[in-house]
Structure formats: structure tokens, C-alpha cells
Unconditional design. Structure first.
Length: 169
């Protein structure tokens, strides 16, 4: 890793402490939950009920941005070598042991590693270069398209219900 003598230490500590990292492969950047294990960030996804990992392929390169856990601002960005771990291998098992402890609300509990082996990919994002200099200007992007919506017409009875509550006070 190059760029600054503090680069490797900053990448490791910031990534360990951050709950999410922003990863850009061939497509748009996505927020991914991860664990730091054995000198690299590990992510699991691309299976039913798991986070999508578009644009991240074995042997590719990704840009990782780490945010501050308390302020949410960008701390460091780093270039990562992407390696897909083979299910059942020693490296895969060690990563999965760490990942399963961080996976919240898993529908299958203890059977989760078997499902990950069958249906998901476990990727190792190993740091190559750290970039601690911050770009000027905003890096904000338009949100990704989604079928989710929060805007719907209000129910016809809602104004009456709200007025009725005010009258009771």
C-alpha cells in the first residue's frame, strides 16, 4: 500500500470501526456491511435475502470509501483487489465464521453458512492503495432506482381521525 505511511493503519482501523463501507466495482457505489479479517474487508451477498454485489468479480479492482462512524463523513478511500473465496476452503470458513457473527436478522440462523455456500458469494477486498486526500466538491450521486415508495395518497379517513384526537385533549 502506498501514498502515506499512515495508509495501512488508517485503512485497517477506519474499516474495522465502520459498520458500512461504500464499494464501487464496475457499477455504482453501494453501501455494504462487512467484517475486517486477516488484513482485508470481507463481504457476503448476491444470494436471496443478502446484499447485492454488482460489478464485483474475482480478479477485479474496486474503490472502497470508509465513513466515520460518529460523523458519517469520508475518512479514507482505498483501492481493493477483489478475490472470491471458494466455498468450503479454509479462507472461506474463517471469513464466514466472522461474517455470521455480524449478520443481523438472518432467516435461517445456524444454517446460514450452508446457504451462503450454496447460493451466495463471499468476497475478500484486500487493500492495495490508500487515498487520504479528499476530493474537492460533493461526491453525491442520484439514488439508485428502486420500486420502493413512500409517497401515497393519504387515506380518506385520516383527517377525521386526526381531528377527533385533537378534540379529546
Amino acid at each position: 500500500m502506498t501514498n502515506t505511511p499512515l495508509g495501512p493503519a488508517l485503512v485497517e482501523e477506519a474499516t474495522k470501526k465502520s459498520g458500512l463501507i461504500w464499494v464501487r466495482g464496475a457499477g455504482p457505489a453501494r453501501a455494504l456491511w462487512h467484517v475486517w479479517h486477516d488484513g482485508a474487508a470481507h463481504v457476503v451477498g448476491d444470494g436471496p435475502g443478502e446484499q447485492p454485489l454488482p460489478g464485483l468479480a474475482d480478479g477485479s479492482v474496486a474503490e472502497v470509501t470508509v465513513r466515520s462512524k460518529d460523523k458519517g463523513g469520508r475518512l479514507v478511500a482505498w483501492t481493493a483487489s477483489v478475490t472470491e473465496l471458494a466455498p468450503g476452503s479454509e479462507a472461506w470458513q474463517a471469513a464466514v465464521d466472522e461474517l455470521k457473527g455480524k449478520r443481523l436478522n438472518a432467516p435461517d440462523g445456524e444454517a446460514m453458512p450452508e446457504r451462503w455456500a450454496r447460493e451466495c458469494r463471499v468476497l475478500r477486498l484486500e487493500p492495495r492503495d490508500a487515498h487520504t486526500d479528499h476530493p474537492h466538491g460533493s461526491l453525491a450521486e442520484a439514488p439508485l432506482a428502486t420500486p420502493a415508495t413512500t409517497r401515497r395518497p393519504i387515506p380518506a379517513a385520516l383527517p377525521r381521525l386526526l381531528l377527533k384526537r385533537r378534540g379529546r385533549r
